[in-house]
Ligand binder design. Structure first.
Ligand SMILES: [Cu+2]
Length: 188
């Protein structure tokens, strides 16, 4: 166990986490069990590596790619891009560039009457969006770290409801507390 923590902090440094002590502690506590490996175990070899196996390129047929990342330009535990605008009828493929993440719609934070989705851990998932509006989704194991994303399909017809209904969710964030508020404030 001790070895793991030493290794995890080395990993954290390698990934360049903005290391306030509190965030570090929270990060260790919230880390997905799926990514817990002890040094010496075979799985530890995969920690921190970006998998090329699941890389998907833009297909040019109205499919958008959102990467699920441990660390990206906009922070740790992020969807990239996290704020995506598409047209009705277009698709999004969530790609597990880093393992241990998923994409799941959040109840009450998608347009009314739309089928919810929940992707498997470290699994690629393609969703086609027909109904206009704002959709907020999460990575289930990292939602407390504000690993959430927003897709706007056509006009953001339900933006005001989403802003109001997402307040409780945002109160639960222990890191990146302003992230979702920032995403929503960028939507036009
Ligand atoms: Cu995640």
């Amino acid at each position: 166990m001790r070895l793991f923590f030493v290794f995890a902090s080395m990993l954290a440094m390698n990934l360049g986490f903005a290391a306030t002590e509190t965030d570090d502690v929270v990060f260790e506590r919230l880390k997905s069990p799926a990514s817990v490996c002890v040094m010496g175990d075979p799985c530890s070899e995969n920690i921190g590596k970006v998998s090329a196996v699941n890389a998907v390129t833009e297909t040019g047929d109205g499919t958008h790619i959102i990467k699920m990342l441990n660390s990206g330009p906009s922070g740790t535990m992020v969807f990239e891009p996290a704020n995506l605008k598409i047209s009705p009828g277009e698709s999004v493929t969530f790609v597990p560039t880093d393992g241990g993440h998923n994409s799941a719609s959040i109840p009450g934070l998608i347009p009314e009457g739309v089928e919810p989705w929940e992707g498997g851990m470290s699994k690629e998932l393609k969703i086609t969006f027909e109904k206009e509006g704002v959709y907020v989704y999460q990575c289930t194991p990292h939602v407390m770290m504000a690993m959430v994303g927003v897709i706007t399909v056509g006009s953001p017809t339900n933006l005001e409801q989403i802003i109001n209904k997402s307040k409780d969710l945002q109160k639960g964030f222990m890191m990146n507390k302003d992230r979702l508020r920032g995403y929503l404030s960028e939507i036009k």
